[in-house]
Design a protein around this ligand. Structure first.
Ligand code: SAM
Length: 315
């Protein structure tokens, strides 16, 4: 669809513009059921804070279905926050660059698409050393377009950086990938209009959290087992020590009177005796819900697992 055919101001049914490991689209129904009663009744969210936003599945869902008066999204991944900022400030320009990239790519043969992918990946990695990450500029928009292009054409749609901070996911074979979803990018722009976006550690979100603030915490998964070491969001990863720091943060925000919803993978999927989160969040409302795990590239490892949802209130 062309951007000119859209009634831009009305469009607000948005979904993540990136496929993100640990994305929560599968869990939306379970999360929504567990929103505070007042929000379910009146459809209004005064302040929403998401300290580990990633692809932002819950944020975009809430923005599309509730009246969110104020929202603050944070993530340590700079490339991700740059893309959010580019969509927020310059969606039209971003769409025009990405549309050109899509047209150019889809005209090519399979072999040439592969070459094009690796050449764009090289550009992206080279630009990393040249770009000014501290001041917003049109270069951010170009970089965001590259990130979305790579995300839509790479293997399994993963975002992964190697130890040098380079994007290193191989080419993915897709028949006809939608690289530039004009309608959704414009809706995402509308959803992000009033949002504050910060690239920083989750602890910095505390200044925005007060009595009644709705906070959704979806930190990186604790590895499912000894052979799964997925820490690809940032070079730093998220250790058990970080999970403990997060539990301390949760308790502090609880005393402020915020409504807290935290999700994580359940270590009991692997080891029934692993009480790591049950101990960390003892006394809170801990529930286990079925979910589908799909970040693992081996199809046999996908399938049903349990996810934890931990709240500091019960409806
Ligand atoms: C499980 S993902 C969130 C997925 C998200 N709920 C979605 O729907 O796509 C976890 C996110 O936490 C971010 N992250 C990792 N360490 C962090 C930290 N210390 N502070 C803030 N964000 C962090 C990662 O970059 C990643 O995007």
């Amino acid at each position: 669809m062309s951007i000119n055919n859209l009634n831009k101001e009305d469009l607000k049914v948005s979904k993540p513009f990136l496929k993100w490991a640990g994305g929560k689209r599968q869990l939306l129904f379970e999360l929504e059921k567990r929103l505070p009663n007042l929000i379910l009744e009146n459809g209004i969210i005064e302040t929403y804070v998401e300290p580990f936003v990633g692809g932002g599945a819950l944020f975009f869902y809430l923005e599309s279905n509730y009246q969110v008066k104020k929202s603050i999204l944070l993530d340590v991944n700079m490339e991700l926050i740059m893309a959010y900022r580019a969509i927020q400030n310059d969606s039209k320009y971003l769409i025009s660059i990405l549309k050109d990239m899509e047209d150019e790519h889809l005209q090519k043969s399979e072999e040439n698409r592969k070459k094009n992918y690796y050449s764009k990946r090289d550009d992206f990695n080279t630009q990393m050393h040249e770009i000014d990450y501290t001041h917003y500029s049109r270069e951010w928009v170009d970089r965001a377009a590259h990130l979305i292009f790579l995300n839509k054409t790479c293997f399994n749609g993963l975002f992964r950086l190697n130890s040098k901070g380079e994007f290193n996911v191989p080419f993915g074979r897709y028949q006809n990938p939608t690289i530039c979803d004009v309608e959704n990018l414009q809706s995402a722009h509308n959803s992000l209009k009033k949002t504050e976006l910060l690239c920083t550690d989750f602890t910095k979100s505390q200044q925005f959290i007060q009595k009644g603030t709705l906070v959704y915490l979806d930190p990186p998964y604790r590895p499912l087992n000894n052979t799964s070491h997925f820490t690809g969001y940032s070079r730093e990863g998220f250790s058990d020590q970080d999970q403990k720091k997060l539990a301390e943060f949760y308790k502090k925000m609880d005393t402020k009177g915020a409504h807290l919803i935290l999700s994580n993978s359940d270590p009991k999927n692997h080891d029934q005796k692993d009480d790591f989160f049950d101990e960390l969040y003892y006394g809170y409302n801990i529930q286990r819900v079925p979910a589908k795990r799909n970040i693992n590239s081996k199809t046999s490892r996908r399938g049903e697992i349990q996810e934890l949802i931990i709240r500091n209130y019960s409806n």
